[in-house]
Design a protein around this ligand. Structure first.
Ligand code: NAP
Length: 338
C-alpha cells in the first residue's frame, strides 16, 4: 500500500509517499480500505516537531478516515466486510489501508460522501466535548469560537446553533462572509484588530458565557477576560506555536511561559470555570466517545451537522495540503485521498 510518511521534523519537504506492506487485522481489529483521510492541525504540528503526542518519526500520521472494511480479524463479525465506515485511527490513517479496533468504527452516513464523512470524527468530537460535554452551552447563552473558520471552528458553529446560543467568532477577514452565511451571528477579524474590546462592545460590556480557545499561551488569559459571570473557558490547542524549525521551538517556549495560572479564589469570586480538552487522551474512554459520536451522527441524519470540506488533496499533494492550512487559507476541513 501507499502511505504518507513524515520522515523527520521539518518543512513540507519531509513528507513522502512511500510503499509499505498491507496491514492484516489482529484479533478484534478490522482493516479499512481508506477512501478519505482527514488532515488536522495536529499533523502540521507533528511535522514541525511541536506535537508531543505524535509517534516517533518516521511515522504515518492520521487520526481519522472513512472507507470500506476490507478484512476482519478473529472475533470480529465477517458480515462487516464491505461496510462503509468512518473511523478514529490512532495514527496511520493517511494510508491506503489502516487497521483499527472494532470499537473505533461507526457506520458512514449514507447522505455523506467519503470526503465529508472523513471530516467528522476529530472536528465534531472535539467541538461536541468542548461545547456540550464540558462547556455545557445552553439556549440563551453565548459562545466565542476562536478560529471559527477552521475545522473545529465550523463544527462548533453547527453545534452551537443547535443549542440556540448566540455565536461570536474570530477568523481571518476572508472567511467572514462564509461564516455569516453559515449562521455565525458576529465575526471579528482578530488579525487586524484587538478582538476583546470589539467583543465587549457588541455584548454591551458583558462578554460571553463560553470561550473555546485553541491558540494557547497568553491568549488563554485574554479569553478568560472575555467571560461574563458563570462563564467557562475551554482550552484545547497551541496554534500560537505553529512554525517550522527553531522559530517553532521559540514560539512554543514563549506560549508555555505565558500560560496563565487560575487561582481558585479568582474563579470563585468571578463565578468562572476553566477546563482543558485533549481528544487524543481519551482512548481509554471509548464508551464516552461512542456516545458523543452517535449523537453527532444522529445530527447528520437530522440535518444540524453539516461537515464542510474545503479542499481535497491527493496523497501526492500532501505538501500542498499542509501549506494550505499553515497559510491559514482553509475554511473548514482539508481531506486527503489516496
Ligand atoms: N485538544 C484537542 O483535542 C484538539 C482536537 C482538534 C484540534 N485541536 C486544535 O484546534 C486547533 C484547530 O484545529 P483544526 O484541525 O480544526 O485546524 P484548523 O482550524 O483548520 O486550523 C487552521 C486555522 O487556524 C487558524 N490559525 C490560528 N493560528 C494559526 C497559526 N499560527 N498558523 C496557522 N493557522 C492558524 C487559521 O485560521 P484563521 O486565521 O482564519 O483563524 C487557520 O486557517 C489547532 O490548534 C488544533 O491543534 C485540538
Amino acid at each position: 500500500m501507499r502511505q504518507i510518511v513524515t520522515t523527520r521534523n521539518g518543512g513540507v519537504d519531509v513528507l513522502r509517499v512511500e510503499e509499505a506492506p498491507d496491514p492484516s487485522p489482529k484479533a478484534g481489529e478490522l482493516v479499512i480500505r481508506v477512501r478519505a483521510a482527514g488532515l488536522n492541525f495536529a499533523d502540521i504540528l507533528a511535522r514541525q516537531g511541536l506535537y508531543p503526542d505524535g509517534p516517533p518519526k518516521p511515522c504515518v500520521m492520521g487520526y481519522e478516515v472513512s472507507g470500506v472494511i476490507e478484512a476482519v480479524g478473529k472475533g470480529v463479525h465477517k458480515d462487516l466486510v464491505g461496510r462503509s465506515v468512518v473511523a478514529l485511527t490512532r495514527f496511520g490513517g493517511q494510508a491506503e489501508f489502516v487497521a483499527v479496533k472494532d470499537s473505533q468504527i461507526f457506520d458512514k452516513p449514507k447522505s455523506l460522501t467519503f470526503e465529508q464523512a472523513a471530516a467528522i470524527p476529530v472536528n465534531y468530537l472535539t467541538a461536541y466535548a468542548l461545547l456540550i460535554v464540558m462547556g455545557s452551552l445552553h439556549k440563551g447563552e453565548s459562545v466565542l469560537i476562536h478560529n471559527a473558520g477552521g475545522g473545529v471552528g465550523l463544527a462548533a458553529l453547527d453545534i452551537a446553533k443547535k443549542t440556540g446560543a448566540a455565536t461570536y467568532g474570530t477568523a481571518s477577514q476572508s472567511k467572514h462572509k462564509f461564516l455569516l452565511e453559515r449562521g455565525l451571528d458576529y465575526a471579528i477579524d482578530y488579525r487586524s484588530q484587538d478582538w476583546l474590546p470589539v467583543l465587549k462592545e457588541v455584548t454591551n460590556g458583558k462578554g460571553v458565557d463560553l470561550v473555546i480557545d485553541p491558540i494557547g499561551g497568553a491568549h488563554w488569559k485574554k479569553s478568560y477576560e472575555a467571560l461574563r459571570h458563570t462563564g467557562r473557558l475551554g482550552m484545547f490547542g497551541v496554534s500560537a506555536a505553529s512554525a517550522t524549525g527553531l522559530a517553532g521551538k521559540v514560539k512554543l517556549l514563549k506560549a508555555v511561559i505565558q500560560i496563565p495560572w487560575f487561582h481558585p479564589m479568582g474563579l470563585l469570586n468571578k463565578n468562572r470555570g476553566v477546563f482543558g480538552l485533549n481528544l487524543g487522551h481519551l482512548w481509554h474512554e471509548p464508551e464516552k466517545v461512542e456516545r458523543w459520536m452517535e449523537e453527532i451522527l444522529r445530527g447528520v441524519q437530522k440535518g444540524w451537522i453539516n461537515p464542510y470540506v474545503d479542499r481535497v488533496f491527493s496523497f501526492d499533494q500532501v505538501g500542498e495540503a499542509h501549506s494550505y492550512i499553515e497559510g491559514r487559507k482553509n475554511i473548514g476541513k482539508v481531506v486527503l485521498v489516496p
